[in-house]
Write a protein that binds this ligand. Structure first.
Ligand SMILES: Nc1ncnc2c1ncn2[C@@H]1O[C@H](COP(=O)(O)OP(=O)(O)O)[C@@H](O)[C@H]1O
Ligand SMILES: CC(=O)N[C@@H](CCC(=O)OP(=O)(O)O)C(=O)O
Length: 299
C-alpha cells in the first residue's frame, strides 16, 4: 500500500480510538438533543443531524430528540394570510395558530421519524400529549396574554423510559395539555430542558443557528467555549445576552442546577457538530459548566 493511503487509513483508526473514552463514558446514558433553527431547514444539514443521532444510538447511547420547527410554523402561518407574532421570543398563539402549529410540528415529527427509520433504527414520534408527557399551565409574558402558550409544570417521562427500554429512538414535539386537556404550544428549548431534567440526562445539547454564546453579541471573536453558570448569570444581568439566546441560556442554567451533567450550545450549521462535540477532545460551541466543574472540561 502506498505511504499516503496508509497514513489516511491510520488517521481514520486514530479518530475511532479518540472516540473510545467517550463511547465508554456515554454508554447507555441519556442524551437529549434539542434540534431547531437553520439545521432544520437545510435538507443536507438535516440528514447529517439525523445521521449523528442515529450513530449515537447505534454505539449504545440513549438519545432523545426534542425538535422545534418555529421557522416552518411561521411559513405556514404566512401562507394562510396571517402574520407570525412573537413576544419575548414566544409565539403569540391564538386558536388558529395553535391548529397550524400542531399540524406543522406533527409533519416535522414524522419526517424525522422517517429519516431515522431509513437509517435502520426504529424511531417513535410523539408529542407532549402522549402518555401525559408534558403537562402545562397557561404562560403569560410579563403579564401579557399570549394565548395558548404553555409553561411546563409537570413531566411524566414514563413513556420515554418505556420507549428507550424497547430500544426505540424517541422524537418529541413541543406540544402539551393543561389540566382541562386543552392543547398548548411550548417553546422547544423549554421542552428539551424539562425532559432532560426529569430524566436526569447525562447531556443536553441545543443545536442552534449561531456558533455558541458570545461575550459581546456584536463581536464574533468573543465566542465563549466554557461558561460556568455563575458567569452565565453575570452575562445575563449585564445585558450581553438577547433574543432567543436568553431563554436558551436560562434553560442551560436551569438544567445544570437540576442534575443534568453536561449542557452544550452547538452550531447546528456545522456539519456533524454533534459528533465533533461528543467524540473529539476539542469541543465546539459553548459548554455550560456547573459550579464544581473544571474550567478545562475538554482536556
Ligand atoms: N450573546 C449572545 N450570544 C449568542 N447569540 C446571541 C447573543 N445575544 C443574542 N443572541 C441571539 O440569539 C439567537 C439564538 O436564539 P434562537 O434564534 O432563538 O435559536 P433557535 O431558533 O435555535 O432556538 C442568535 O441567533 C443570536 O442572534
Ligand atoms: C411558544 C413557542 O414559541 N413555541 C414554538 C415552538 C417551536 C420552536 O420552539 O421551534 P424552534 O426551536 O425551531 O424555534 C413556536 O411556535 O415557534
Amino acid at each position: 500500500m502506498e505511504e499516503k493511503a496508509m497514513q489516511e487509513i491510520l488517521g481514520k483508526a486514530e479518530v475511532l480510538i479518540e472516540a473510545l473514552p467517550y463511547i465508554q463514558r456515554f454508554n447507555r446514558k441519556i442524551i437529549v438533543v434539542k434540534y431547531g433553527g437553520s439545521a432544520m431547514i437545510d435538507e443536507e444539514l438535516k440528514r447529517q443531524v439525523i445521521q449523528d443521532v442515529t450513530l449515537l444510538k447505534l454505539v449504545g447511547f440513549k438519545p432523545i430528540i426534542v425538535h422545534g420547527g418555529g421557522k416552518e410554523i411561521s411559513k405556514w402561518v404566512g401562507k394562510v394570510g396571517m402574520e407570525p407574532v412573537f413576544v419575548n421570543g414566544l409565539r403569540k398563539t391564538d386558536e388558529a395558530t395553535m391548529e397550524i402549529a400542531e399540524m406543522v410540528l406533527g409533519k416535522v415529527n414524522k419526517s424525522l421519524v422517517q429519516m431515522v427509520e431509513q437509517l435502520g433504527v426504529n424511531a417513535i414520534g410523539i408529542s407532549g400529549k402522549d402518555g401525559g408527557l408534558l403537562k402545562v399551565e397557561k404562560k403569560y409574558s410579563n403579564g401579557e396574554d399570549i394565548g395558548f402558550v404553555g409553561e411546563i409544570k409537570e413531566v411524566n417521562p414514563k413513556i420515554l423510559y418505556d420507549l428507550l427500554e424497547k430500544d426505540f429512538l424517541p422524537i418529541v414535539c413541543p406540544i402539551g395539555l393543561d389540566d382541562n386537556f386543552a392543547t398548548y404550544n411550548i417553546n422547544a428549548d423549554d421542552a428539551a430542558c424539562a425532559i432532560a431534567r426529569a430524566m436526569q440526562a447525562e447531556k443536553l445539547a441545543f443545536l442552534t443557528d449561531i456558533e455558541g454564546v458570545y461575550k459581546d453579541p456584536d463581536d464574533k471573536t468573543s465566542l465563549i467555549s466554557e461558561l460556568p453558570i455563575e458567569e452565565a448569570r453575570e452575562l445575563i444581568l449585564g445585558g450581553n445576552i438577547g433574543g432567543g439566546m436568553l431563554p436558551k441560556l436560562n434553560n442551560c442554567i436551569d438544567a445544570i442546577e437540576n442534575g443534568v451533567s453536561r449542557v452544550h450550545i452547538l452550531d447546528g450549521r456545522i456539519a456533524h457538530c454533534l459528533l465533533l462535540e461528543i467524540f473529539t477532545n476539542k469541543g465546539i460551541g459553548t459548554a455550560i459548566l456547573g459550579e464544581k466543574e473544571s474550567k478545562y472540561y475538554h482536556e
